[in-house]
Design a protein around this ligand. Structure first.
Ligand SMILES: NC(=O)c1ccc[n+]([C@@H]2O[C@H](COP(=O)([O-])OP(=O)(O)OC[C@H]3O[C@@H](n4cnc5c(N)ncnc54)[C@H](OP(=O)(O)O)[C@@H]3O)[C@@H](O)[C@H]2O)c1
Length: 291
């Protein structure tokens, strides 16, 4: 009888999944303010080189200076442009080729926009624009970066660092609310897509982390798409952006599949899982009362 073959274990088995900042290379989109800015500073301070992407050049220049001020060895490489423009993605990935020999350890799809107001009162362009930035852009940045993430995964035995795709979602990607239909749709799409590719990429040794913040103090509500002036978000409490960034960082390091942030956020998501009809009724009442 033939002896059982001692085939080599598949590279992803017996691996303790973990991510390390030291000596890593990351791409963070939406790095010019809020969560993306804070996460960039955190990563850079811990020895990760960060390719920081956003449209506002002066904000990125300020970010580079701030990172150096906090930690003289910090390396933040700015790429100015719109995440929906694939030539901007290609510029960022070219930097990965040059600086990281084609290996990318972390992609943070963070750039995002919102909009407030009833679906039927909105210009159809609001849906298109929000879906482009919040969903199609992360999809295409991930597609473009995949080969480089796989190159980093193949380096696991040497570096003991699992490459991570971190998508910044929202609690509204778990439970939708009225008057943010476009935003909820975009974050639900991001959530579903993240769950699906997480399973697909397990065999490649790449982790997919979905971070779902609740209301966060940032510039988010200053740049709403297709929204009448004076429209306010109906949300309770908020976390500062640096707290959200620290929670996202912890999730990345531990290669967590999903984190839902804040007590209010967890209350919304878990009460909906327990009793969706009750949450539907409460949300419908908030709209009726506003009429
Ligand atoms: N704030 C909240 O209450 C909240 C709650 C849950 C989830 N989130 C999510 O958290 C993420 C970060 O938001 P934030 O709160 O930190 O808001 P923020 O301060 O407004 O930051 C958004 C970032 O995205 C960038 N951005 C927006 N559109 C872009 C585009 N087309 N191309 C390139 N960059 C673009 C902005 O930079 P430029 O303008 O310079 O391009 C900015 O750096 C978003 O995905 C958001 O959906 C936020």
């Amino acid at each position: 009888m033939a002896a059982p073959s001692k085939s080599k274990p598949a590279p992803w088995t017996n691996r303790r999944r973990r991510w390390r900042p030291e000596g890593s290379l990351a791409v963070v989109t939406g790095a010019s303010s809020g969560i993306g800015r804070e996460l960039t500073l955190l990563l850079a301070g811990k020895g990760c080189r960060v390719i920081a992407v956003a449209r506002r050049r002066e904000r990125l220049e300020e970010l580079v200076a701030e990172a150096k001020r906090l930690s003289p060895k910090a390396e933040v490489i700015p790429i100015v442009g719109d995440v929906t423009d694939m030539s901007v993605r290609d510029q960022a990935l070219e930097q990965v080729r040059v600086l990281g020999e084609g290996k990318l350890d972390l992609l943070v799809n963070n750039a995002g926009v919102g909009g407030i107001g009833r679906f039927m009162d909105a210009d159809p362009e609001r849906m298109r624009q929000i879906m482009e930035v919040n969903f199609h852009a992360p999809v295409e940045w991930t597609r473009g970066a995949m080969e480089m993430l796989r190159n980093a995964a193949n380096d696991f035995p040497t570096r003991q660092c699992t490459p991570v795709i971190c998508n910044i979602g929202s609690v509204l990607g778990h439970r939708a609310v009225p008057e943010k239909s476009e935003y909820c749709a975009s974050k639900f799409a991001l959530h579903g897509w993240s769950d699906s590719i997480r399973a697909e990429l397990t065999s490649d040794g790449i982790a997919v982390v979905l971070v779902s913040p609740s209301t966060t103090k940032s510039e988010f509500f200053d740049s709403l798409v297709g929204t009448e002036a004076g429209q306010k978000s109906k949300s309770f409490g908020s976390w500062p952006a640096d707290r959200v960034a620290r929670a996202a960082y912890a999730a990345i390091v531990a290669c967590r599949s999903e984190v839902i942030l804040s007590l209010g956020g967890k209350a919304l998501v878990y009460s909906d899982r327990l009793t969706p009809p009750l949450v539907n009724a409460i949300l419908a009442r908030t709209i009726e009362n506003a009429d």
